[in-house]
Design a protein around this ligand. Structure first.
Ligand SMILES: Nc1ncnc2c1ncn2[C@@H]1O[C@H](COP(=O)(O)OP(=O)(O)OP(=O)(O)O)[C@@H](O)[C@H]1O
Length: 235
């Protein structure tokens, strides 16, 4: 069974349809890249899947269970963790307190072991466990944002523009973690402004423009012929 099934999803924002009858299937252990121009509706899709924006119509099912009308907390507890655009960590709290705050649904014993796992993935965070998140570099804050998502032990991660404003080396580091998570069975929806990264990592690619998918398939044709990509962006 697919992890997440989206059928004919419509999301409206400010009176305007921004996700227009989209259908998409996300599977465990696979990276699905979502690329497209600014304003295409990529973030709106993530916000709707995370329960932050209401679904106007359509079906969203996680392992066969409808997510319609569910709160962001319930959706997160069900197994979908969003890493929103712009590493939204609690800047006045320490690294460890940020991870604690993200693990509200676990028992204190569970959370201690989960946080240890996150520190295993990101030793950079362990070194800074008592540092206020807001005083860290952008890259370290993005690691923390991903760490917060991991605290939920998600089946599916929705990663929105994780690389925005970060140095290439940090981007490589973050994408390495994303790729490893996928090999361990986590489903990933990767929204990326760096098309090259998105295409390299993807098992499947969707190019979104004006609320709809203009290309859906494997990455290779887009790598071989950039014209296909340009046309999809301009559709
Ligand atoms: N807070 C908002 N209120 C109303 N409309 C919005 C709001 N934020 C975005 N929109 C509109 O929703 C549409 C989709 O925007 P969205 O941010 O989802 O696109 P995107 O593909 O993620 O682009 P970007 O890469 O710029 O974030 C755009 O037309 C945008 O103007």
């Amino acid at each position: 069974m697919s992890l997440l099934v989206i059928r004919d999803l419509v999301v409206r924002r400010g009176g305007k349809v921004v996700v227009d009858n989209l259908s998409l299937t996300l599977d465990a252990g696979r990276i699905t890249s979502l690329i497209g121009p600014n304003g295409a509706g990529k973030s709106s899709l993530v916000l709707a899947l995370g329960g932050v924006l209401p679904i106007e119509s359509g079906v969203v099912e996680l392992e066969g269970r409808s997510l319609a009308g569910k709160s962001p907390e319930l959706i997160r507890a069900a197994g979908i963790a969003a890493v929103p655009e712009g590493h939204q960590v609690l800047s006045g709290l320490s690294v460890e307190d940020n991870l604690q705050a993200a693990g509200f649904q676990h028992s204190p014993r569970q959370i201690a072991s989960i946080i240890d796992d996150v520190f295993g993935i990101f030793p950079e965070l362990l070194e800074r466990r008592n540092q206020k998140a807001g005083t860290m570099s952008g890259g370290q804050q993005q690691m923390l944002a991903l760490g917060q998502a991991l605290v939920a032990r998600p089946k599916l991660i929705l990663a929105d523009e994780m690389s925005l404003g970060l140095a290439p080396l940090i981007v490589k580091r973050l994408m390495g973690v994303v790729a490893k998570l996928a090999t361990q069975g986590t489903g990933i929806l990767l929204i990326e402004q760096f098309t090259q990264i998105a295409l390299q990592l993807a098992n499947e690619v969707h190019v979104m423009a004006r609320g709809r998918f203009r290309y859906s398939g494997v990455a290779q044709p887009l790598i071989d012929d950039p014209d296909i990509l340009h046309k999809a962006y301009l559709a």
